[in-house]
Design a protein around this ligand. Structure first.
Ligand SMILES: O=c1ccn([C@@H]2O[C@H](COP(=O)(O)OP(=O)(O)O[C@H]3O[C@H](CO)[C@@H](O)[C@H](O)[C@H]3O)[C@@H](O)[C@H]2O)c(=O)[nH]1
Length: 432
């Protein structure tokens, strides 16, 4: 009898095929909303890549991963009772429900070190945690990537990394694989980074580039999981619907808390104007950051919440103005919702973004004097919610929303760029 050579070589072939599957290492910057933005794109790539071809390993700190990846639910025991006229059946089932989509299942999270030495006591310096992380990051990512390659049985074939990690180029070169740098913000701030030498040497701008200064972050407060409406903002907005575009939504992103003087100015402006509002503000500043009795007095007028389903709020017809710090995702979400903005930028790219919204696109106002005042905010809310200026802005922003929709259509520019990226990560080949 002849030996069955096919069956003998099968496991070997399968192993080879398995090893050859693209394995994309995704290196996330674990602070503010960077990791969440990167994960959003990776989820899209994972759903677009055929399930049998690619796997994604997502590297971030433990704290960041816990906020992004749902913890798998524990098996639960439920009792189902079915009653008919003749019999009673009791069935006990064990269900392991999962909210993860199949795209999510193709992405495996790996923790990297946060760089904080054991027993370390923070000194309260600005960006201290970022500094510790960045020092440990090159080695931390290398180690975690090695572990993921062993764990999955697949060598890494592509590195997609937050553009903050210049060392990712070196890691990709060591592995002889493509490096894709992911810029989480807009084109203006990217251009300012790319042309820094030109600005310094040719235009002699040596005192810092507007919008890329070294302004300090107020705090770091971990972003809560997005999407859920646990405080009931959306039903509350539904009740405001009879007066469309009449509500102000206020949020300063996942990191920034304005100074107390501006929190008080916002609160006083809301009370003085009577504008209905939803204000997303970290709960820890409610007690000492707001005027006495504000919460009680505005119970009927608006909602103060620690975290809001921002994307859904901005696309709700009742919302007519967005007071924002000009983080890139917030601006995109404002445009997608067709809402004019009142810009109060704080640090990094935000001032460039604010200039674009106010001066270039004409879909918002920048706060006068760089800080929010009661009178200034009352005036800006009036102009946007009730004035002709606001109507004009709403028309422009709605036109931009349509343009954005076109870019995302099957033949749109954004879809084209996405497909090029998909080609790089699934084949390792540069786009033509
Ligand atoms: O109550 C809230 C508040 C915020 N968000 C979401 O949190 C994200 C905030 O992102 P973004 O507007 O980009 O702000 P930051 O988190 O502050 O982002 C950091 O990263 C951005 C991308 O690099 C930069 O543009 C910013 O300046 C920087 O602060 C958005 O998706 C919001 O929808 C909510 O869902 N609910």
């Amino acid at each position: 009898m002849q030996p069955d050579t096919t069956s003998m070589t099968q496991p070997h072939l399968q192993q080879q095929q398995q090893e050859r599957r693209p394995h994309v290492a995704v290196l996330a910057f674990p602070f503010s909303s960077h990791a969440a933005s990167l994960l959003t794109v990776i989820r899209h790539l994972a759903s677009a890549a055929p399930a049998s071809t690619a796997v994604f390993s997502f590297f971030s700190t433990h704290k960041s991963n816990r906020s992004l990846f749902p913890i798998p639910p524990q098996p639960t025991t439920s009792t189902i009772t079915t009653t008919t006229t003749t019999t009673t059946t009791t069935t006990t089932t064990t269900t392991t429900s999962s909210s993860s989509s199949s795209a999510f299942n193709m992405i495996k999270a790996y923790d990297v070190t946060d760089g904080v030495p054991e027993g370390y006591v923070f000194h309260g310096k600005p960006q201290e945690d970022i500094g510790l992380f960045m020092r440990a990051a090159p080695e931390g990512f290398r180690k975690a990537m090695e572990a993921a390659a062993v764990d999955s049985g697949k060598r890494i074939t592509c590195v997609v990394a937050d553009a903050f990690f210049w060392f990712a180029e070196e890691i990709a070169a060591e592995l002889r694989v493509p490096w894709v740098a992911f810029w989480t913000s807009g084109p203006s701030s990217l251009a300012a980074h790319l042309y820094t030498d030109l600005l310094r040497n040719k235009l002699h701008i040596t005192d810092g580039i507007a919008g890329l200064g070294d302004e300090r972050l107020n705090d770091f407060i971990p972003g809560a999981p997005r999407g859920s409406d646990e405080y009931g903002c959306l039903p509350w907005l539904d009740n405001q619907k009879p007066a469309p575009a009449s509500v102000a939504y206020i949020s300063f992103g996942s990191v920034t808390v304005p100074p107390r003087s501006e929190l008080v100015a916002i609160a006083e402006a809301l009370e003085a104007s009577g504008v209905p509002f939803i204000w997303s503000l970290k709960e820890e500043v409610w007690d000492h950051g707001l005027p006495d009795g504000f919460l009680g007095r505005t119970r009927e007028q608006g909602m103060l919440v620690p975290w809001a389903p921002q994307v859904d709020i901005l696309s709700h017809g009742a919302v007519g103005a967005f007071v924002t710090h000009c983080g890139w995702s917030s601006l995109l979400e404002g445009i997608a919702g067709g809402v004019p903005m009142i810009c109060r930028p704080f640090f990094g790219d935000q001032r460039l973004n604010g200039r674009m919204i106010g001066d270039v696109l004409g879909i918002g106002l920048t706060v006068e004097g760089g800080a929010i005042t009661k009178e200034g905010l009352v005036r800006s809310l009036g102009m946007i919610l009730n004035g002709d200026e606001g109507k004009r802005m709403r028309e422009i922003v709605r036109h931009l929303r349509l343009q954005a929709g076109k870019a995302l259509s099957p033949t749109g520019s954004s879809t084209g760029n996405f497909n090029k990226l998909l080609q790089v990560i699934t084949t390792g080949a540069p786009p033509c």
